[in-house]
Write a protein that binds this ligand. Sequence first.
Ligand SMILES: [Zn+2]
Length: 78
Amino acid sequence: MKVTYICDRCGALIGALSLTEDELQQIGVDILTVDLHEDIIKSAETGALFIYSLCDHCVEAIPLHEEEWFFRRKPNVH
Ligand SMILES: [Zn+2]
């Protein structure tokens, strides 16, 4: 399954990977429960996943003091 990482803050394309279902689960994405993450992961009709994360630039720009940014959006970030 093709997985595309997009920066949630600036919209930059971070990268694209091709992962198996097992590999997806290893990074915390269970496609069987993908609805739980529907705000950050969009499943296109092509079957591709888009994971909204933060690019290196934005990670450095945002003084996050938590390590949970990967799958969590701060409600007041925008
Ligand atoms: Zn960014």
